[in-house]
Design a protein around this ligand. Sequence first.
Ligand SMILES: Nc1ncnc2c1ncn2[C@@H]1O[C@H](COP(=O)(O)OP(=O)(O)OP(=O)(O)O)[C@@H](O)[C@H]1O
Ligand SMILES: [Mg+2]
Length: 390
Amino acid sequence: MRIILYTGKGGVGKTTISAMTAVRAAELGHRTVVISTDSAHSLADALDRPLGHDLVKIAPRLWAQELDVNRELQVNWDKIHAYLTEFLKRQGFEDVIAEEMALFPGMEELFSLLKLREFAESGDYDLAIIDCAPTGSTMRMLSFPEVAGWYMEKFFHIERKLVKAFKPVAERIMKVPLPTEDVYDNVERLYLRLKGMKDLLSDAGKASIRLVFNPERMVIKESQRALTYLSLYGFSVDCVFANRVLPKDLQDPYMAGWRDIQTEHMKTADACFSPLPILQVPLFPREIGGVELLGDAALEVFGNEDPASIYHTEKPFEVSKKNGEYRMTIHLPFAVKENVELWVKGDDLILRVNNVKRSIQLPRALVGLEVKRAKLEQGRFLIIFEGRKK
Ligand SMILES: Nc1ncnc2c1ncn2[C@@H]1O[C@H](COP(=O)(O)OP(=O)(O)OP(=O)(O)O)[C@@H](O)[C@H]1O
Ligand SMILES: [Mg+2]
């Protein structure tokens, strides 16, 4: 099953583009499921159909769902939920508030991963599209399997044993309930279901993350940060979407002024996201809702291309550490040494190749470090940073 996740800053058009992609993919013959993980769901508005926690068939080969974390938690993870609620109630929170608070930030993301796994295992779908919550939550979602693995390996079994041994005494002293064996069984089951998701999500041949942005400075900056983070953690971004791009032939001088500003921002976007393809989505004269309008809009954006195809596989860069030095490798297939310039400006690494500028937001570990050496070999540009100063 192919997996596509759409993410980006709040309000940039993630839901609209997820729905467009889903409608077009289903038209082209892919059995497609689109799910929204953001608790402030708007997928139903985009598809112009009521949606709920269960899958709803929207069109031939197209299903949609808005994940209800509350339901998911109560039905599948009742022991954890009951424990968290009890824990909070003992801290003095009222019942309803305790139940609400037992839904920790990140649960939406956690459950969407589990859903994704369910879809993949069922064999019923060719494509799953996830309309994610804004960028930060997506990052948290993608790091879940790794964090959970770390916790399970390092702490889980020790904690479980300790709790079992000291439960009666500890509960009296600390005045909080400690988890029972059932809760730990639930946690373990959750973990086992999450295992393997990291491999699935970082398989560039199957899973892609797509960043949606608007041609505005701050939005581009955030998407660029997201790209750096994703590349660093080995996830594959296959393309980015510039949404609400103004048409070229604007007569109105007010709007034409805005269009010129956008044109400048699009140049920045080119520099930030190259070599990833940037797909442009025009600002439509009205809100796009319903299968028919979404299908027409998708045709305008994707043309004859299959939106489920993988647009780009090469990672923008990779970072490793060897003998205390950080090494950044950037794919530059056609560059020759004489035409490559490199410098660091603030948090950005700027590359000029044949007079085309490209900027990469440096991972935090590399900010403030000096470039020691750089060399071009077999289409790859290797940049060696000095080790961290003592
Ligand atoms: N290209 C476009 N032309 C016209 N309207 C658009 C376009 N893209 C999005 N919209 C409208 O802008 C609004 C926000 O879009 P959307 O819900 O897709 O954004 P989002 O990134 O999913 O937001 P959130 O972060 O709240 O989930 C919607 O009303 C949508 O119809
Ligand atoms: Mg949305």
